[in-house]
Write a protein that binds this ligand. Structure first.
Ligand code: MG
Length: 317
């Protein structure tokens, strides 16, 4: 069956647009109607500039565009190397990801010599586990925010989507909630690209039965609350819930993104998460032309560059 390219593009561009829309509202209180959500600049972000959410998704998209399999440590190691290069000059890196990279950089320095890509990926996962052990938690939303491209590489293989989603999450996030969230969301993105329908509960079968029941309750809870009523959205569970609340209430891609940004706090990430799934339903054509034209960010790319890469990925399917 031919892939609907508008919906495939939406998974990546919807996420990037949500990221850029939410950037100027990050760490602020909820913004409720009738106050409008405005496409605008906000220190340190230019108007239309995406943040770490999309920056961290780009290397995953690039690997898929090059025909690599992001379930392998070789491909994941190349992703980690690019993340490290980005993080050294980035305007923002999430707290948990920064901790993991600090441990990893120390490890790479102490054991100089050749590190092949697969070894770098394994060291990164070990660093994530260490951070979890030291801090007692690692349930940040930083791996869910970058899942936009994951499903696109494996649209005809749900098992591969689930494996790739968890593999990329494990690089920086040890907590099982983070891997589960990435699996559920990526499978829902796949389903939306293939069918034009959104079905999150229908993906629960990919989780272990006890985990599926926990997530079923969390999804139901989110449906009963407005995005701003779901607190602590830097936590992966609350971020997914807030994004889901925005999606089930929204009537268009822009409406979903604005509802996600209204949540306050980690606005860019909640909107990036919401945008990957809503974009896969409504398609990139649901974005205003101005947003498409102005979207840009690390590594010096624009929406058209992401578009070219997504078309390469789905052209392989
Ligand atoms: Mg961000």
């Amino acid at each position: 069956m031919p892939i609907n390219t508008d919906r495939a593009l939406g998974a990546v561009l919807g996420s990037a647009a949500g990221d850029a829309l939410g950037a100027s509202y990050e760490f602020q209180p909820a913004v409720l109607p009738p106050t409008p959500i405005v496409w605008r600049a906000g220190n340190p972000w230019q108007r239309g500039e995406w943040t770490d959410d999309t920056a961290m998704a780009v290397p995953l998209l690039d690997e898929l565009a090059a025909g690599a399999d992001i379930r392998t440590d070789e491909a994941l190691g190349r992703v980690v190397r690019r993340w490290l290069g980005w993080a050294r000059g980035a305007k923002d890196v999430g707290i948990q990801t920064r901790r993991v990279f600090a441990v990893l950089e120390r490890e790479l320095e102490q054991h100089t010599g050749a590190h092949d890509d697969a070894h770098v990926a394994r060291l990164c996962k070990t660093a994530a586990a260490q951070v979890h052990d030291v801090t007692g938690r690692s349930g940040g939303n930083g791996s869910l925010m970058r899942t936009g491209p994951v499903a696109l590489g494996y649209l005809h293989d749900a098992g591969a989507v689930a494996a790739a989603a968890r593999a990329q999450s494990d690089l920086t996030h040890f907590d099982e909630d983070t891997g589960d969230a990435c699996v559920l969301w990526s499978l829902a993105i796949r389903h939306a690209v293939l069918t034009g329908e959104i079905d999150l509960v229908g993906q629960l079968g990919a989780l272990a039965p006890d985990r599926a029941e926990i997530w079923r309750a969390r999804i139901a809870e989110a449906e009963g609350r407005e995005p701003h009523e779901i607190k602590n959205n830097g936590w992966v569970v609350a971020a997914l819930q807030a994004a889901w609340s925005a999606i089930v209430r929204g009537t268009s891609l822009v409406d979903v993104l604005e509802r996600a940004v209204r949540a306050g706090d980690d606005t860019d990430t909640v909107a990036a998460i919401a945008g990957s799934l809503a974009g896969a339903k409504y398609g990139a054509s649901g974005l205003p032309k101005l947003w498409f034209d102005e979207l840009h960010g690390w590594p010096g790319e624009h929406a058209v560059d992401l578009e070219t890469k997504v078309l390469l990925v789905v052209g392989r399917e």
